[in-house]
Design a protein around this ligand. Structure first.
Ligand SMILES: [Mg+2]
Length: 279
């Protein structure tokens, strides 16, 4: 597993371990905590949702393939991939109405319509069918990544609160959270679109701590987005931030520096061990 070397305790650890090499790791953790003036115990772990707990990009691909199949039955002569590609371009640029005047499902139907128009097809009913197909197939595929449920239950068994802090449109995010039955598993769930400030503003992170009954310096933030998840955890002065490099891109100074880097949720066990959490 790859972990960045700039852990906040690194310098204190190096100095102390030179003098107290015989202490157990747990004892050294306590000493390090005293040396840095911080509390080491982890009381809460917060996760981003998309491409952290659930591989959203994979669910998107499943939905895109389903839309292609639907198009193939309705308009066999059409370049189906071109329609999907065009939709994705529009979707990435404006996933919902920036002025919040148009319902998000209708907005996305209009994006499909624009993609169809690019192929010289004008059929708003078909566009709505494509959006319904995209939504239903994506939600069916929207399930926890491997190891998530076990990890969360093990954390809770250690009396550590577990939460989700996700940005995005409330209607879309709530549908995803329902699809994977998040409320059955997590203690705290916050959707950025429902809060006064989204990630990376510290306010939403501090509210999560309040709901979990912990201080920021007792919380760890885990997410795949450097600008929102990692920067937010840093803004709120969390104990640690963990970047999930889900696309295996490497950090390469591309943004805010996390305390740790993992490639998937399962690798989090080793990071947590460094904070005295053994499961
Ligand atoms: Mg994400």
């Amino acid at each position: 597993m790859e972990c960045l070397s700039h852990n906040i305790f690194t310098s204190a650890t190096l100095t102390l371990e030179r003098f107290i090499p015989s202490l157990s790791f747990a004892s050294q953790v306590q000493v390090r905590a005293s040396a840095t003036g911080m509390t080491m115990s982890v009381k809460a772990v917060f996760f981003d949702l998309d491409d952290t707990l659930v591989l959203t990009h994979a669910a998107d691909k499943v939905a895109h393939r389903a839309v292609s199949r639907l198009l193939a039955t309705r308009l066999p002569e059409l370049d189906h991939q071109a329609v999907v590609d065009s939709f994705v371009l529009h979707f990435v640029s404006e996933p919902w109405d920036p002025h919040h005047q148009i319902d998000v499902t209708e907005w996305r139907s209009q994006l499909w319509n624009r993609a169809l128009v690019c192929q010289k097809v004008e059929d708003m009913d078909l566009a709505r069918d494509l959006q319904n197909c995209f939504d239903s197939e994506r939600l069916l595929a929207f399930q926890w990544a491997s190891g998530v449920e076990v990890l969360v239950k093990k954390l809770q068994a250690q009396d550590i609160r577990v939460g989700i802090i996700t940005n995005g449109h409330p209607k879309i995010q709530r549908a995803k959270l329902k699809a994977c039955r998040a409320e059955d598993l997590f203690n705290v769930i916050l959707v950025g679109g429902e809060e006064p400030k989204e990630k990376p503003h510290k306010e939403i992170f501090l509210k999560a701590c309040l709901l979990a009954g912990c201080h920021p310096e007792e919380a760890i933030m885990v997410g795949d987005n450097l600008k929102t998840d990692i920067q937010g955890g840093l803004n709120a002065k969390f104990l640690a931030t963990v970047w999930v490099d889900v696309h295996l891109q490497g950090h390469a100074n591309r943004g805010p520096k996390p305390h740790h880097i993992v490639q998937n949720i399962v690798q989090l066990y080793e990071v947590l061990r460094q904070y005295g959490v053994t499961m």
